[in-house]
Ligand binder design. Structure first.
Ligand SMILES: Cc1cc2nc3c(=O)[nH]c(=O)nc-3n(C[C@H](O)[C@H](O)[C@H](O)COP(=O)(O)OP(=O)(O)OC[C@H]3O[C@@H](n4cnc5c(N)ncnc54)[C@H](O)[C@@H]3O)c2cc1C
Length: 426
């Protein structure tokens, strides 16, 4: 069970799609992108009938499985220090912030502030190489005129309780979310204006003057369709051989006792990104700690309990290296989740057939970019004059993957080499 979901009370029973329905809009996929598209549509065309449909419970998919860093700054996982070209990054920051503000207004509207905290994020270095990476990141931020604070080892210990990190960088613009709580809260808030069906996987789609999506027990017909299914865009026949299906994994401890918290020290709430993008992300949420690391290439878009438990051993090693004072800490939750990446870090966005719009493949920053492209898909579909729509349309499409067997052999090897490079940061 994904930990963030496990911390929430069980949701009321799902409303499953049964029988024939019609609507003005159908949105398939209720993650960050689908919820943003639905909310934006409900603002742009308030009288229209909007249906949002998901194969799972809201919050059960990747949207509720991530580490909850809603990052305003560039966050390029494929690079060495998260940064890219300066002009590109300036645009990225502006667009990311627009998405964060859109989410912030949802948090305010639906009373979700406890799941959406403007706390900033730490980057932590455990090695001299990591420190050099952070210095390069800081130089990049200086060039972008973005604020940051440099921290030395003792300052990092004051925050995290561990002397594992020899230095760090704090950037203030990140929101720390309880991702499952946030997306579930947004869905609940939206449910007075948007009809939401869960546990209703779309098994076929027919496009035309009216589009029809079918599930095991029902169907919906509508003139406009928005697909926000992330990597599953490929299952709908779009962006084939352009999307990289990567999984990443997390483990969450049981609650730490008062004496364990005293032995640990540090601040009760913080989120830390590794200096090396392939290292371990660590979050403390009061009495629990969450570790995320390891990327695997899963082109069939699924993982297994076996893979999750094998990677759990890597989480335990990373945890013990950072928190030796906590001994053999049992993990209460372990889970994996689907990331959709593209070789050129481009999203899948736009009108792919007449009145069929897509927003997906958010390259590891889907809490923010899923929100961004979801909301822009709604703007594009309605024909609003939002300036960012044109900017998004001018971005490149996801690049074609390398031919087989280069992907099957090369992608796991490349991930292995990048993770090995992370060394102690993992
Ligand atoms: C462990 C982990 C840590 C991560 N950490 C971060 C982080 O800190 N910050 C960050 O920004 N991102 C992070 N991510 C990535 C982030 O979770 C994703 O980028 C984000 O969820 C993408 O949002 P989305 O709405 O585009 O897609 P998703 O959240 O994947 O939502 C797509 C939805 O489509 C539904 N769907 C698919 N096919 C069908 C179908 N046929 N019929 C009906 N519904 C369908 C799925 O059930 C799913 O709910 C992390 C991911 C993982 C796994």
């Amino acid at each position: 069970m994904p930990g963030w979901y496990g911390l929430l009370p069980p949701p009321p029973p799902a409303q499953v799609l049964r029988g024939r329905h019609t609507a003005d809009w159908v949105i398939v996929g209720a993650g960050f992108a689908g919820l943003a598209a639905a909310r934006r549509l409900s603002q742009l065309v308030p009288g229209d009938r909007i249906v949002l449909i998901d194969a799972q419970r809201v919050g059960w998919g990747a949207a509720g499985r991530n580490s909850g860093f809603m990052i305003d700054l560039p966050h390029e996982l494929g690079g060495e220090n998260y940064g890219g070209a300066r002009e590109h990054d300036r645009k990225r920051i502006r667009m990311n912030r627009a998405a964060i503000e859109f989410s912030g207004s949802a948090a305010d509207e639906y009373g979700l502030q406890r799941f959406f905290v403007r706390a900033g994020k730490f980057h932590g270095a455990a090695t001299d190489h990591g420190l050099a990476v952070l210095r390069a990141f800081e130089n990049h931020l200086t060039g972008l005129a973005e604020p940051f604070e440099r921290l030395d080892g003792p300052q990092m210990k004051t925050i995290t309780g561990t002397d594992f990190f020899i230095g760090g960088t704090f950037t203030p613009g990140t929101v720390m979310a309880q991702p499952a709580g946030f997306v579930r809260g947004v869905a609940e808030g939206l449910s007075t204006r948007v009809q939401i069906f869960e546990k209703s996987a779309v098994t076929s789609m027919q496009t035309g003057k009216l589009h029809t999506v079918k599930t095991a027990e029902g169907e919906i017909t509508a003139p406009r369709l928005i697909l926000t299914v992330n990597g599953h865009l490929e299952s709908f026949g779009f962006f084939k051989k352009r999307l990289l299906h990567v999984f990443t994994y997390a483990s969450m401890t049981r609650p730490l006792s008062k004496s364990e918290q005293a032995a640990l020290g540090g601040e009760p709430h913080w989120g830390l990104i590794p200096a090396d993008p392939m290292g371990s992300t660590i979050r403390r949420i009061g009495d629990r700690i969450v570790v995320r690391n390891t990327f695997t290439y899963n082109p069939d878009m699924s993982t297994s309990e076996r893979q999750i438990s094998q990677i759990g051993a890597a989480h335990d090693r990373s945890f013990r290296a950072r928190f030796p004072m906590l001994g053999e800490m049992p993990m209460e939750f372990r889970w994996g989740g689907h990331l959709c990446l593209s070789l050129n870090s481009a999203p899948a966005f736009g009108e792919v057939e007449e009145r069929v719009f897509v927003a997906g493949c958010c390259n590891g920053l889907g809490t923010v970019q899923g929100t961004l492209y979801g909301m822009l898909a709604a703007d594009l579909a309605v024909g609003s004059n939002e300036q960012m729509v044109a900017e998004a349309q001018n971005e490149p499409a996801p690049a074609r993957l390398y031919p087989e067997p280069l992907m099957t052999i090369g992608a796991p090897l490349k991930l292995w080499a990048m993770q090995r490079r992370a060394g102690r940061e993992l």
